[in-house]
Design a protein around this ligand. Structure first.
Ligand code: HEC
Length: 111
């Protein structure tokens, strides 16, 4: 009885902590995204998702790609990438990584 209660609480806790379910990029996103990034590839979008998911929730929850507009994302991502590198104490994210994160959020927000 007690054990099942603990398991139950854990499930509730896990669910309530589950951050935003990030959209998985597809070829349709690639096609749409080419309006903004002509040489866009699916690989880049997938990497962008991973980089975003793994590095951008160290201090706060992940923001929905639709939460900010294009200009806002372009402005916020560079300083946030610097924050990641500063927090982790090394050059974890390169400028190419920064570009991929930008591509991911800008393309996915078009959905
Ligand atoms: C070291 C902590 C830290 C990390 C890592 C971090 N952020 Fe932030 N983020 C903040 C803080 C603090 C704020 C609020 C104040 C500010 O804008 O500096 C913020 C605010 C934001 C906002 C809201 C901006 C707005 O206009 O409302 C967005 C979007 C954001 N971060 C995205 C990111 C992304 C994308 C990454 C990964 C590349 C990231 N953050 C990584 C600390 C962090």
């Amino acid at each position: 009885m007690k054990k099942s209660l603990i398991v139950h609480s854990l499930v509730i806790f896990t669910l309530s902590c589950t951050t935003l379910k990030l959209a998985e990029p597809t070829e349709i996103d690639v096609e749409k995204g080419k309006d903004i990034f002509p040489n866009l590839t699916l690989e880049e979008l997938k990497e962008g998702k991973k980089l975003y998911q793994n590095n951008c929730n160290l201090c706060h929850k992940l923001y929905n790609p639709k939460a900010l507009n294009e200009a806002e994302w372009r402005k916020i991502i560079p300083p946030m990438v610097k924050k990641v590198n500063k927090k982790l104490g090394q050059q974890i994210l390169s400028s190419q990584d920064e570009e991929k994160i930008l591509k991911y959020v800008l393309v996915i927000q078009q959905r």
